[in-house]
Design a protein around this ligand. Sequence first.
Ligand SMILES: [Zn+2]
Ligand SMILES: [Zn+2]
Length: 171
Amino acid sequence: MHMTEKEIVTSFRQAKNRERQVAILAQLNACTTGDIVEVLLKNGFTPKDIPGRYRKGGKRDRKAYRKEHQVPPPKRDTKTGKMVCAECGILFDGKCNAVFCAACGQRRREKWEKERRQREREQRAAERAASGKKCADCGAPLKSKLYTYCADCATKRKRESQRRSKERKKG
Ligand SMILES: [Zn+2]
Ligand SMILES: [Zn+2]
């Protein structure tokens, strides 16, 4: 590996074409795409985030895909020979393995995409919290690297030093 795991993760996350990026990263690091996938999975990505063809079993693993995305088995209307959409129930022309009509399929894809982005946002926030500077007193994550203490501890310390200087004056 020529890149650190962190660099690999960042580069994958920011890539427009993630499927291609896995191959590019493998080439850059003179390793296999499997090694790259391993690094990604080790660093917070779930199998869902891995492009289909690099996932275990690949795209052909339809059964696993259906289970993961909660896809019911395809249903054909025996009278018309058309497929029945599992979501809205309309009859539509589709291949024998089609489960959803075009509109429902689109809606589902958008939903998954949205959930994927949400998951990644949460993961980035967690990473920021983990890698950022922490309060020297209580260890709470700080909003800025310029701070040494969190707001609570800073106030506490200020009060403490004011109290001490008062005592010195008195004494
Ligand atoms: Zn439908
Ligand atoms: Zn603190």
